[in-house]
Structure formats: structure tokens, C-alpha cells
Design a protein around this ligand. Structure first.
Ligand SMILES: *Cc1c(COP(=O)(O)O)cnc(C)c1O
Length: 491
């Protein structure tokens, strides 16, 4: 299995096809594109039949071996077994089995319309990013040990990504994590989750500023190529290919758990921000998984909903980006979207280059086919099953209340955006699976507003805010940051 960049110049020597291990630790391709398999591996009906009986870890192995062909199978099996355990994904609701890793719960069966919730939020940080990040931690440790190498992960977070990265990398040999967050801007629960980690390889840095200041510092350090090389700096952002491919697994799992035979179809609704989660659904569908529709649910930051309604992709300026009560979907552009556009334009890399150049220079492109637009590929979007919808703060509160009243469970704000939108797309005979991307306890402020009571906390999280915390406070000063990193890596 080889990987190509979405912007690759065919034949250019610097863009030679890569293997899975070559792109594992990286982000963007050198030409600024994103990596994708040269072709999607296909799944047969016989395989799907056989996979119905598998544990989550074994299913993850079967799917990953189609993509990571350069990792010896016995090693891959060990890595998936170690990652997907009931011990790691234990924050399961009452009545559900942790061993299922992503348990399904039927919310509603109304005639031949079925609404199902698939929990992706049972990992250590109570958000779906654990699903892929835990595997990444084990894959990174494995790859670094093979080469006797080390890696210093440097990133900025406003919440979910940073904590998922830290919980995945804690205690891993050869890896350190330097994570910036805006000082006193995260919820008490979120900072407690990160700052209570005492592992010597985890460095929490609270920056005196806002999230954008943190991101600017990451950019400044990443643009200093000699420093980056000397300090062995890497990232784990959402464009990382291994993260995307690890997410493909739970679409298979959801399908197999909701159906009894392969002639049946299901649809998925996915609370979306950077398009990483739903991109994995697209890949599962391209592999032959019988997915009818893939519905992107956005909040007020509706870049994706706008595209799937109109064919116009328009990134937002920071003044147009809203801070919402589903904050992990507050994006100005969708960094994985280019992967879908590559398929949509018939895998024409020159065209992808041209379109995303236009994003950089003019802030977007238009595939609606209208006079003056950049193309008419929007008419093919429905062939890929995609549709979308949008949810607002009021919708979120209403949906959290409705779901609590009707089904007696408390959902988080991101999942509420998903359920709100899913209800617009229910179709007879096709179960609708909504991906639950976080547990409500993480976003308790909004739960209190909606329900007037606190969200239930899983065991072990009751007193998290009173645990001892380890972090340093620093001004938004790049030189200070660099010397802090260097003094802790010893490189
Ligand atoms: C990151 C995140 C999302 C958005 O996922 P993308 O892959 O960026 O589309 C949605 N919900 C929660 C809770 C998240 O943490």
C-alpha cells in the first residue's frame, strides 16, 4: 500500500510514493498536500461476514493491515490488542459493556425508522479523539523504538486534542509532549484533566494569552526549521493519516453491530469540525462498507454545511469564527476537507493544487457550476452520500432536554448537534447512527443550563479538580518557549 499527496506532481522525484511508516510521524506532505492511499483497499462480502464475530481489537487489526502493509502482521496485532481494551475504554454508561469499546444504543425505533447512538467517548479523556490517539501513542512508541529515535510533540489546544494526546503519550518511551493552552481559558474540568498528569514526559504550558496566541507560538517554532530538526519536534494534529485510518474502524463496527446481513445499509451523522472524523466514514464507504448517507453536522461555524448545501467552500476570518457551546467544532476551515475534494475532483492533483491555492489567496472556491464558478463537481457530492445540517446554541439546549426526557440519557453538546441534524435525515429501513463524540461531564456548564442538574461523572473523575496539578505559566514569548523546550529535552 502506497500513499500519495493530494497535491502530488506526477513524476516529481521528491513526491515518490510513501509507505505507512514513512508518513506515520509526519503531517503535511512536502508539497503542502495531505496523504491518501494510492487506491482504497476493498472489502468483500465474505470479509464483512467474518468480521461480524470479531472483537474490536481484532477488527481494528483486519482493517489496519490493509493500510499499514509495511508493519509486520504480528506486531500490528499486538499493537491493536494493547490499544483497544476494556481497561482503556472503560468510561461506559450503565448497562453498556466496556469490552464493546464503541457500544451502540438504540434511542428510538419508530415503525421502520431507527435512531442509534454509537459511543466513541469511553476513553480516558471522555472524547472520541481517544479512539485514534491511543493507537497513535502505541504506534509512535513502536516506530521510534525500531529506529532508536525520539520525538518531541509540540502543540496547542483549547481542550480535547491536547488532553487526548497527553493521555495517549504519557509514559511512552522516546516521546515527550509540550502542550500549550491559554492560561485560565479552559474549563476547570479540562485543565484538571491535563494538569493532573504527573508523568515526567508531559509538559503543560499555560500561556498568558488566548488560544490564537498559543497557535501563533506553535507556528513560530515550527517555522524555525533548524530548531525543529535539532529538537526533533513533531505534531499530532488532525491531518495525521494514522489518526484518520484508526477512525475508519468504528464505522465498520457501527455498521456490523447495527445490521445482520450485508444487503442492509446504514447512515451516519457526524458532529464535525476539521472533517477528520467524517473523512474516515468517507474512506470506509469507498472501501465498500454499505453506508447510505454521511451527514456532517456543524454548529454555528458552518463552513462545511455551507459547502454541502451550495458547493461553495469559504474559510472564515477569525472575527467570523464563533466561540460556541460545542467548542471542539469551532473551526474557521476544515483541515481534512482536502482529502474529500481530491476524490470529488477525480483524484486530479493539479486541480486540487489550483483550488487550494485559491483558498490561500482568495479564501475559498466554488464548485456549484454556476456562471463564474471554479467547476461543477458539486453535482457529484450526492454520489458520495454526503449531506449536512447545522445546529445552534438553542438547538443544543433543546436537544439535550428532549433526549433526556425521551430516552433518559444525558448527551454532550457536540452529540446534541449530531442528533438535531440526524433527525432531518431519518429514512425508512436505513438505521441512522449518530456518533457520540464526548461525554456530557466534559461540558457540564451547558448541561446545567439545559437540565438544571449536573452531568453524571464516570468513576474516577469525581474529584478531578482537587488533584495536584503540574504546569508552568509562560508569557507568549517565542524565545522563552524555545529555551524551555531545549532545557527539558537536553538536545
Ligand atoms: C474534535 C471533536 C469534534 C470534531 O471532529 P473533527 O474530526 O474535527 O471533525 C467533535 N466533537 C468532539 C467532542 C471533538 O472533540
Amino acid at each position: 500500500m502506497h500513499y500519495v499527496s493530494t497535491r502530488a506532481d506526477q513524476g516529481a522525484a521528491s513526491q515518490a510514493p510513501q509507505q505507512f511508516s514513512d508518513i506515520l510521524l509526519g503531517g503535511l506532505a512536502p508539497d503542502g498536500g495531505l496523504y491518501l492511499p494510492a487506491e482504497y483497499p476493498q472489502v468483500t462480502g465474505a470479509e464483512l461476514d467474518a468480521w461480524r464475530k470479531l472483537s474490536y481489537a481484532d477488527l481494528a487489526y483486519e482493517i489496519l493491515r490493509k493500510f499499514a502493509t509495511d508493519i509486520p502482521e504480528a506486531d500490528l496485532r499486538k499493537l491493536t490488542k494493547k490499544t483497544y481494551t476494556a481497561e482503556v475504554y472503560r468510561n461506559t454508561r450503565k448497562g453498556q459493556k466496556a469490552a464493546e469499546i464503541t457500544p451502540l444504543r438504540v434511542l428510538e425505533q419508530n415503525g421502520d425508522k431507527t435512531l442509534i447512538l454509537q459511543a466513541l467517548s469511553n476513553g480516558p479523556t471522555l472524547a472520541f479523539k481517544d479512539m485514534a490517539m491511543q493507537l497513535l501513542g502505541n504506534l509512535f512508541e513502536y516506530a521510534l523504538a525500531k529506529n532508536g529515535a525520539e520525538l518531541n510533540i509540540f502543540g496547542a489546544t483549547s481542550g480535547d486534542t491536547g488532553s487526548a494526546a497527553e493521555y495517549a503519550m504519557r509514559g511512552k518511551k522516546g516521546i515527550r509532549v509540550f502542550m500549550l493552552s491559554p492560561h485560565k481559558k479552559m474549563s476547570a474540568f479540562q485543565s484538571a484533566q491535563m494538569f493532573s498528569l504527573q508523568d515526567p514526559n508531559i509538559f503543560n504550558i499555560a500561556v498568558e494569552g488566548v488560544f490564537d496566541d498559543c497557535q501563533d507560538m506553535v507556528k513560530a517554532v515550527s517555522n524555525d526549521l533548524p530548531f525543529k530538526a535539532a529538537q526533533k519536534i513533531g505534531t499530532v494534529n488532525s491531518i495525521n493519516w494514522a489518526r484518520v485510518v484508526a477512525q475508519v474502524v468504528y464505522y465498520f463496527r457501527g455498521y456490523l453491530a447495527a445490521t445482520t446481513e450485508n444487503t442492509q445499509k446504514v447512515s451516519f451523522t457526524v458532529p464535525s469540525g476539521n472533517f477528520g472524523n467524517i473523512c474516515a466514514g468517507h474512506i470506509a464507504r469507498m472501501m465498500g462498507l454499505p453506508i447510505d448517507r454521511l451527514i456532517a453536522a456543524t454548529n454555528e461555524n458552518d463552513v462545511l454545511d455551507e459547502f454541502f448545501r451550495t458547493g461553495v467552500y469559504r474559510v472564515r476570518k477569525s472575527a467570523e469564527t464563533y466561540h460556541t457551546s460545542s467548542p471542539s467544532m469551532d473551526i474557521s476551515k476544515a483541515s481534512n476537507f482536502e482529502r474529500f475534494v481530491y476524490d470529488l475532483v477525480g483524484r486530479d492533483a493539479a486541480r486540487v493544487r489550483q483550488l487550494f491555492h485559491k483558498v490561500e489567496t482568495e479564501g475559498g472556491f466554488d464548485l456549484s457550476g454556476k456562471p463564474g464558478s471554479d467547476g461543477d463537481e458539486f453535482k457529484r457530492v450526492s454520489e458520495y452520500g454526503f449531506a449536512s445540517g447545522k445546529s445552534t446554541h438553542k438547538d443544543r439546549l433543546d436537544t439535550i432536554r428532549d433526549v433526556a426526557d425521551d430516552y433518559d440519557i444525558t448527551i454532550d453538546t457536540h452529540t446534541a448537534d449530531g442528533i438535531k441534524v440526524a433527525r432531518q435525515y431519518m429514512a425508512p429501513g436505513v438505521p441512522m447512527i449518530v456518533l457520540e463524540t464526548a461525554l456530557a461531564a466534559k461540558f457540564n456548564e451547558t448541561i446545567l443550563d439545559a437540565l438544571g442538574v449536573d452531568a453524571e461523572r464516570p468513576a474516577g473523575f469525581e474529584d478531578i479538580e482537587s488533584l495536584p496539578q503540574k504546569f508552568v505559566v509562560m508569557p507568549a514569548d517565542v524565545a522563552k518557549m524555545k529555551s524551555y523546550i531545549a532545557s527539558n529535552t537536553g538536545l
